[in-house]
Ligand binder design. Structure first.
Ligand SMILES: [Zn+2]
Length: 134
């Protein structure tokens, strides 16, 4: 299974069947949010006391170094590094908006798109903003 790393501290964010994030909602309440490591699977888990509305924009943070994972590409997209079974690194961008399904994965040469809402980011281009890691 692929590993997911924080782009800042390079520590592992995937544990078992989940990628673990710290998130803040629009009321600035913090919680842990678990996402599936399978690209295109938008199942998420959170404690029921943490309220988020569909369409609400969350802020994603690394739970280990507390760095914001907001991407430099778009404020709605968070950025993590995926390391595949060959040891190759990919940049993965996903929407921080609850209920919005858009994920982009790139190895610096090609972009793979998942999610029915990815069309909202059609201006998303491969280019200087994409760096190959490692
Ligand atoms: Zn980190």
């Amino acid at each position: 299974m692929h590993d997911f790393l924080c782009p800042k501290c390079r520590q592992y964010l995937r544990v078992g069947e989940n990628i673990i994030f710290k998130v803040k909602n629009s009321k600035k309440q913090s919680a842990l949010l678990l996402l599936s490591p399978q690209i295109g699977n938008y199942t998420s888990h959170k404690h029921p006391s943490f309220e988020i509305q569909t369409g609400e924009s969350l802020e994603f943070y690394c739970p280990l170094c507390n760095t914001s994972l907001i991407s430099e590409i778009h404020k709605n997209l968070a950025h993590v590094i995926m390391v595949d079974s060959m040891g190759d690194s990919h940049n993965v961008y996903f929407s921080q908006v609850m209920g919005e399904h858009s994920t982009f994965e790139t190895d610096g040469e090609s972009v793979h798109v998942a999610g029915e809402d990815a069309g909202r980011y059609t201006y998303f281009k491969i280019g200087d903003k994409f760096r190959k890691y490692f």
